[in-house]
Structures are given as structure tokens and as C-alpha cells.
Design a protein around this ligand. Structure first.
Ligand code: SF4
Length: 69
């Protein structure tokens, strides 16, 4: 189940918290994690990075004006 990135507040996601490539995922068992969308096109990135991500060459800060995301 994919939910809004607003829920990142419950995770210590580090850079992923405001990265345009991150998607917040919540499993049926209630576990929360981040899916890195870059992993689909670049094998250098883990699909589910170990959090918190402190350094990442793919990090791109979200501008914050994407209301529907
Ligand atoms: S590019 Fe890096 S910071 Fe962005 S979602 Fe992927 S792992 Fe997280």
C-alpha cells in the first residue's frame, strides 16, 4: 500500500524524507518503509534503502509545491 509522503514523519528516513524519488510504503502488517523509485532505472540504488539514508548521490530535494503527491 502506497500512501502520502506526509506520513514520513513517523519514519526516520533521513534524506529520503524529502526526496522526489522516495515513495512511502506501508505493508499489510503495519511496517513502514521507503521505496526508492530510482532503483527501477538504476541498479546503484536499493529498492528499499536502509533507513535513515544519510548520504545519497541520487537525492533530489522535493520542492514542496506538489500538493497531490
Ligand atoms: S534517491 Fe536516495 S534519498 Fe532519494 S529516495 Fe532514493 S535512496 Fe532515498
Amino acid at each position: 500500500m502506497t500512501t502520502s509522503k506526509k506520513n514520513f514523519g513517523v519514519l526516520n528516513a533521513g534524506l529520503c524524507a524529502d526526496c522526489v524519488h522516495a515513495r512511502y510504503i506501508e505493508s499489510d502488517r503495519g511496517s513502514s518503509f521507503v521505496q526508492c523509485q530510482l532503483s527501477f532505472t538504476n541498479s546503484d540504488f536499493a529498492k528499499y534503502p536502509r533507513l535513515p539514508v544519510l548520504v545519497c548521490k541520487g537525492y533530489q530535494q522535493e520542492t514542496g509545491n506538489s500538493a497531490g503527491n
